[in-house]
Design a protein around this ligand. Structure first.
Ligand SMILES: [Fe+2]
Length: 233
């Protein structure tokens, strides 16, 4: 017995996803030799270029219509290699908590208030002298889960090198923070000199009379004076 023909109108063709054209690659694919090991592919693959970083990306206080709460600060520094040479065109990324010590992340369980005008993420590229500069809000300290201790104020940093496999991740601390001796992560760095290098210095000459306070934090990517990173050296 044959089923009766349906009287329902045919289903309309699915509407195209509006975001698809925006996410579709605009450049032709790069040639790829399947015999090449993944590590080598990463070293020759595409990375962030000058056009991928906008001028406002380095100012975390201007990413929303309103002004974020907290103390506005400037963080600058130079990125060098083991020989002291400036590392130019280096992608530097930062992420941090807001002034109350809360991240703009749904998994952050800190009951401190969120700030709708502060995302806490920024990036820039080093100039020809290896310098970077961010304008941001001084992050607040926050308690670790389980009430073990508090984390001192800090800013997470990432340096991408010339390929994704060369990424280095570390943290910058603020001078004079009374929580520094109690930080579990800082305490895990065995060499006191390495711990000292993770703490920025207050830059009074750069702190304008009515402007944001400035901090300076220089970074060495490799060698015996290398800045400590979370993956080790
Ligand atoms: Fe953190």
């Amino acid at each position: 017995m044959t089923a009766p023909a349906s009287s329902a109108p045919p289903s309309p063709a699915p509407a195209p996803y509006r975001g698809a054209p925006e996410r579709h690659p605009r450049r032709p694919p790069l040639p790829f030799d399947p015999g090449t090991d993944p590590e080598t592919v990463e070293l020759t693959g595409p990375v962030f270029g000058p056009s991928d970083v906008g001028d406002l990306d380095a100012d975390l206080t201007r990413q929303h219509p309103g002004v974020p709460l907290g103390e506005r600060i400037i963080v600058t520094g130079r990125v060098r290699d083991r020989a002291g040479r400036p590392v130019r065109g280096q992608l530097v990324e930062i992420w941090q908590a807001n002034a109350a010590g809360r991240y703009a992340h749904r998994q952050d369980r800190n009951p401190a208030p969120a700030d709708p005008n502060f995302t806490g993420a920024g990036r820039c590229r080093t100039d020809d002298h290896g310098r970077y500069a961010f304008t941001t809000i001084r992050p607040g300290a926050y308690p670790l889960p389980g009430e073990r201790t508090w984390r001192p104020a800090h800013i997470h940093f990432s340096f991408f090198g010339s390929a994704f496999t060369q990424r280095l991740v570390t943290q910058m601390y603020f001078p004079g923070d009374p929580l520094l001796p109690y930080d579990e992560i800082l305490a895990s760095v065995p060499d006191p000199a390495d711990r000292h290098r993770l703490v920025a210095t207050y830059d009074h000459a750069r702190s304008l009379p009515a402007g944001p306070l400035a901090y300076r934090w220089d970074v060495v990517l490799d060698g015996p004076s290398a800045t400590w990173t979370e993956e080790g050296r």
